[in-house]
Design a protein around this ligand. Structure first.
Ligand code: ADP
Ligand code: ZN
Ligand code: ZN
Length: 705
């Protein structure tokens, strides 16, 4: 007997072949099975999407090619998984095959049945043997499992009664992680096959979280019970985690946004930690939001399994979208306002830079406060969202600046290796000895980055002694100092052990670390976030400063004297008033009122059509043509198309970029319009106006416009 399965394969983006392709085979293949099939002259990995009894109408059965092989031994991908992928492809406007294959581990593409069988056997051997915590080999630190606080207990009691997505609004240090751990425990107790997915923004920045999950669950469920999934892993590691989750050995998957697509047949709980973090929105390929997909996936898994799959979104500064949903009652909001140990958040000190000596990076009162802290043996964090020594190098005598020849941006001066580096395209050169244009020897840095602040602080604090008599130690942590494997861990250790007194760094230092002796946090140069054209900039700044504040005063004994310093030229800005009381609800209400007045998300819905081309003119011409092609589309009257504009950074690596904003009052209207528009966009590429177009893409629910 012959079968005619519909199979999805990775077709090139925009090939127009979005849907499944028809093949033939002599055995029935369940939907979700992995197969190898011929595509053109290659053999590729595919996923059976549907089983059909007949060859597709209008086709000669003899033209339909047989599959090459079915990957045996691997259970099919579940209906829930397939529905998630179908939805993501449709919603984010990508081909189904491209979407499905891009979220499977790349190493899977190169395996045949025999190699796969070997992998699975190896996994079985690793098995579910509980890790040894009693022997001499302390691989896993036994965990202490604290008694929940009253607030934590109240949340844990409420969770089983809730059928909606949960927004866990908990202050930094309120112990959200313990809630995740306990909720996970409960799910694993429900049966031998239940699974939990925990999403974190950047796994490298939260080694403590992973350690705590391992410590809590490996002793009981085995060394294979907890796996991670993130882009820093080798293809082989990723495959092994993926297989463990798919086959059910792994009970907990900890990962970054890509892990939302992990195959988890027993999924009963999804946690999205720091749900407001922008890294949950992909900025390449399909521009999906892992947070939004988590909410969707929980619903789908519940429908398919008939058992509740809960989703918990956790944050001290929720995204305005999630906050709004909880105000409307679409999400259930659970709150944990107190910090463990009863400590309070640091007192806010706003320094008016209009009244400070000209050109000072650190105002005298802030410097004095830091000296005092260090002399007492306490630690300080200095936050500056700009790495390198100086953002621009300029000639005193002529107009030369360190412009990148390939981008519409300046190259950043890195003093450590005396280079000019473009942070957009990576183009790097030695710093010229003299001005390349006029030969003047005086070329000087303008503005400051973390390298320079580190250097200045080391000088300014050189006379300060710690209680042990040693000189103050200043260190820096940013993408430059943590590039090498293990260097981040080493730096965190140095801070924890008290070797470092003052840590200068980018936003990376504000995240998740549980430092004990930090009593002062300072934010320099925060004003960019107040007036940026991007309407989400204030939301991000507020979240960053709240998160940074949460690093201070974690020990209740010190929290009374801990401080958060902000240097600003606009001390009267309402954002600082809300920050002073760490009053997120008031800040959110203000922001939401502004958004509502402007019909912006979450009150309106947006998508961007972006075009990349050799010239700005071509990019914009394509967008204009796209707008013209939309004129007679159904639903055109219900959407607003804005004129094409260049991106803020218009040229990157010699590619000119332009975009066009599409707005609609509802998601449904926007989706219907985009669905009708897309085939015309694909056709439009053949139009003479598109000559020189490199690519176009659609970004639904863009993070910045
Ligand atoms: P959050 O993620 O909400 O900022 P954490 O989960 O990092 O907070 O918790 C802050 C600190 O409190 C951690 O050191 C954690 O070990 C500790 N902690 C959490 N819950 C408890 C508890 N019930 N009893 C004692 N300590 C706790
Ligand atoms: Zn010059
Ligand atoms: Zn560049």
């Amino acid at each position: 007997m012959t079968f005619w399965p519909h199979i999805v394969v990775a077709t090139p983006a925009h090939s127009g072949l979005g849907g499944p392709l028809s093949y033939r085979c002599e055995q029935p293949l369940a939907p979700g099975r992995l197969v190898r099939v011929p595509l053109g002259s290659r053999e590729v990995l595919g996923v059976v999407w549907e089983q059909a009894g007949q060859p597709p109408a209008g086709w000669d059965a003899a033209q339909i090619r047989p599959i090459s092989a079915a990957l045996d031994g691997l259970p099919p991908l579940s209906a829930g998984w397939r529905q998630l992928v179908s939805f993501a492809a449709r919603y984010y406007r990508r081909g189904l095959g491209e979407m499905a294959l891009s979220v499977l581990p790349p190493a899977l593409r190169d395996l045949d049945s025999i190699q796969l069988g070997r992998r699975l056997k190896r996994l079985d051997k690793k098995g579910n043997k509980p890790a040894d915590t009693t022997g001499d080999d302390p691989v896993v630190q036994a965990d202490t499992r604290p008694e929940p606080s009253d607030e934590q207990q109240a949340v844990l009691d409420a969770l089983p009664t809730i059928d909606k997505p949960v927004l866990l609004y908990g202050a930094t240090g309120s112990g959200k992680t313990e809630v995740y751990l306990r909720a996970t425990e409960r799910v694993l107790d429900e049966g031998p096959t239940t699974q939990v997915l925990v999403l974190v923004p950047e796994i490298n920045l939260t080694p403590q979280l992973e350690a705590r999950f391992r410590a809590r669950f490996e002793p009981r469920y085995g060394a294979a019970a907890v796996v991670s999934l993130h882009s820093g892993m080798t293809p082989a590691q990723r495959l092994s985690s993926w297989l463990a989750a798919h086959a059910g050995q792994a009970r907990i998957v900890l990962g970054t946004r890509m892990a939302i697509f992990a195959s988890l047949p027993g999924l009963r709980l999804i946690v999205v930690d720091e749900e407001h973090d922008p890294s949950y929105k992909s900025q390449e390929g399909a521009r999906y939001s892992a947070r939004d997909l988590a909410v969707y996936r929980a619903k789908v898994e519940t429908e398919h399994s008939g058992q509740r799959c809960q989703v918990i979104l956790g944050s001290a500064t929720p995204s305005l979208e999630s906050w709004h949903a909880s105000e409307q009652g679409r999400y259930a909001r659970l709150e944990m306002p107190g910090r463990i140990g009863g400590g309070s958040l640091p007192r806010l000190r706003v320094v008016d830079m209009n009244h400070q000596p000209k050109g000072a990076t650190l105002s005298p009162p802030l410097l004095a406060a830091m000296e005092e802290r260090v002399a007492r043996g306490e630690q300080c964090l200095v936050l500056l969202n700009r790495r390198g020594y100086a953002p621009v190098l300029a000639c005193d005598a002529c107009a030369w600046k360190s412009q990148c020849p390939h981008c519409s941006a300046f190259r950043v001066f890195h003093k450590i290796d005396r280079t000019l580096r473009c942070h957009h395209c990576g183009f790097t050169q030695r710093v010229p000895r003299a001005c390349p244009d006029c030969g003047n020897l005086d070329i000087a840095p303008i503005g400051r980055g973390t390298e320079q602040v580190e250097e200045q602080l080391a000088g300014l604090l050189s006379h300060v002694r710690r209680p042990d008599g040693a000189p103050a130690r200043v260190a820096r942590m940013d993408a430059d100092t943590t590039r090498h494997k293990g260097s981040l861990e080493a730096q965190l250790d140095a801070l924890h052990s008290g070797e470092v007194d003052v840590l200068v760094g980018t936003q990376m230092i504000a995240k998740g670390h549980d430092f004990r002796r930090i009593t002062l946090v300072a934010g320099l140069n925060v004003d960019a976030g107040l007036f940026a054209s991007d309407h989400r900039a204030p939301e991000r700044l507020f979240a960053l400063l709240m998160q940074a504040a949460g690093r201070a005063g974690r020990d209740a004994g010190q929290s009374r004297q801990s401080e958060m310093w902000i240097q600003t030229w606009h001390p009267g800005h309402p954002l600082f008033h809300a920050l002073k009381r760490y009053d997120y609800p008031t800040f959110a209400a203000q922001q939401l009122a502004e958004r509502e007045a402007a019909a912006m998300p979450p009150f309106g819905h947006q998508a961007l059509l972006r075009a990349d081309a050799r010239t700005q003119q071509t990019a914009q011409a394509f967008l204009q043509m796209a707008a013209d092609l939309a004129e007679d589309l159904p639903g055109r009257a219900e959407v607003t198309l804005y004129p094409p504009v260049p991106l803020t950074i218009q040229r990157v690596a010699n590619v000119e970029r332009a975009q066009m904003l599409v707005e609609a009052a509802s998601r449904g209207v926007l989706q219907r319009f985009l669905g009708a528009w897309q085939p015309r966009l694909l056709d439009g590429r053949q139009h003479p106006a598109s000559r020189g177009l490199i690519r176009f893409l659609v970004d639904v629910d863009p993070l910045s416009v």
